[in-house]
Design a protein around this ligand. Structure first.
Ligand code: ATP
Ligand code: MG
Length: 363
């Protein structure tokens, strides 16, 4: 059976929803070289122990072993993506995406009849995914070609999935535009009928701030405006990196990855333990840089709105919106901006709907 899925291949994290599935799977886009590890205590869920081999004709180096996501987070050799990386061409992003798809393919059905005890599984997908505004025109075809085809993921020491080999076949990939897909999700019901007429038929501005890119698509009656839609090669990651450096310079404490810092910020626990018994509060440093980031976003939105006064309302989305909401609201003053719940997941829900839409059209 072919599964329908939406997958947001983010520079910070891969988000995945499978049609009819309950949960959204999120895997940090971090990879470290894998090796035979000694396990003192097995992780309590497969996603915390992604130790894999990935084989794909699309990868420059196939059949390599990797630690992925949380397992790579503490590793000294871990790699998080940089500004220069292009998601359409990035091997790292493809690796993490394939692992997420393989995991989703077997996680739900590990106890169902035939696949129980089997060490070889196959899963087939039609996926919806997306690229930033500025990458889309030039790269969507290459991106599609990289995704579509047969790939193979073998879980090695991953709890519950030990030595399981999964063939992942992507039959079709529907590529949309980041931010635009999010609006499609907000404007429609699960059955794709119009849910919000203002959003569906209006002229709407979006600011979708990710880790490395911020997209500003403008949509009119759900069609993307070619002239006014743009994107910026910057995102929250740049500011997270400044914060990490500043904390290291000030307190000699180094966060091993951006993800570790974000975990702190999300939990609201700003106290770090210094060597010896001292503690330090990093909130002032976080505030300073987040205020700068928010100012940049507010300025960019103002500029766009001035250029195109037809825009009826502006949504601020993405993980960046979650992080910066209070700072942006403070700085936006009288300019009314809209936010959404779970703003970092709006794209992935949109991608699933886009894929559904395409499948409906062709059948
Ligand atoms: N509640 C939050 N508080 C602080 N930071 C957050 C929060 N939620 C998400 N972030 C951070 O915001 C950044 C952007 O997240 P998002 O998931 O939108 O990025 P992405 O989609 O992976 O990246 P890109 O769109 O550039 O490919 C990430 O660095 C993420 O860790
Ligand atoms: Mg994103």
């Amino acid at each position: 059976m072919i599964k329908l899925a939406g997958i947001d291949i983010g520079n910070d994290s891969i988000k995945l929803v499978v049609d009819g599935g309950q949960e959204t799977i999120m895997v940090p886009n971090i990879v470290a070289p894998g090796y035979e590890r000694s396990i003192l205590q097995e992780e309590d869920s497969p996603l915390k122990g992604l130790d894999v081999m990935v084989h794909s004709p699309r990868l420059a180096r196939s059949n390599q072993r990797y630690f992925i996501g949380q397992l790579a987070m503490e590793n000294d050799d871990n790699v998080e993506l940089e500004d220069m990386d292009n998601k359409a061409l990035s091997d790292q992003s493809l690796i993490v995406a394939l692992v997420a798809l393989a995991y989703a393919g077997v996680s739900g059905n590990s106890h169902s009849g035939s696949s129980f005890n089997s060490t070889f599984d196959e899963v087939e997908y039609v996926i919806g995914t997306g690229l930033p505004v500025r990458t889309y025109a030039k790269f969507h075809k290459v991106f599609e070609d990289r995704l579509v085809g047969e790939h193979e993921v073998t879980f090695l020491t991953t709890p519950q999935l030990r030595n399981r080999k999964v063939k992942v076949t992507i039959r079709k990939a529907v590529i949309s535009i980041e931010g635009a897909a999010a609006l499609f999700h907000m404007a429609t019901h699960e059955n794709l009928q119009v849910k919000d007429e203002e959003l569906y038929y209006g002229c709407i501005g979006i600011c979708e701030m990710g880790a490395l890119t911020t997209d500003f698509p403008v949509l009119k009656r759900m069609s993307i405006d070619n002239q006014f839609s743009t994107g910026e090669q910057m995102g929250l990651a740049m500011y997270l990196d400044y914060i990490i450096h500043d904390i290291e310079d000030t307190y000699g404490y180094r966060f091993p990855s951006r993800t570790k810092l974000v975990q702190r910020v999300k939990s609201g626990n700003y106290n770090i333990q210094r060597i010896g018994e001292g503690q330090a509060n990093i909130k002032p440093i976080v505030d300073a840089y987040f205020t700068r980031a928010a100012q940049r976003i507010v300025d960019l939105i103002k500029k766009r709105w001035k250029k195109y006064p037809d825009i009826e309302c502006f949504y601020v989305l993405g993980g960046g919106a979650m992080a910066l909401k209070p700072y942006i609201q403070e700085l936006a003053k009288t300019m009314k901006l809209r936010f959404a719940e779970d703003s970092e997941l709006q794209n992935v829900y949109g991608y699933l709907k886009m894929a559904k839409n395409k499948v409906n059209q062709t059948s």
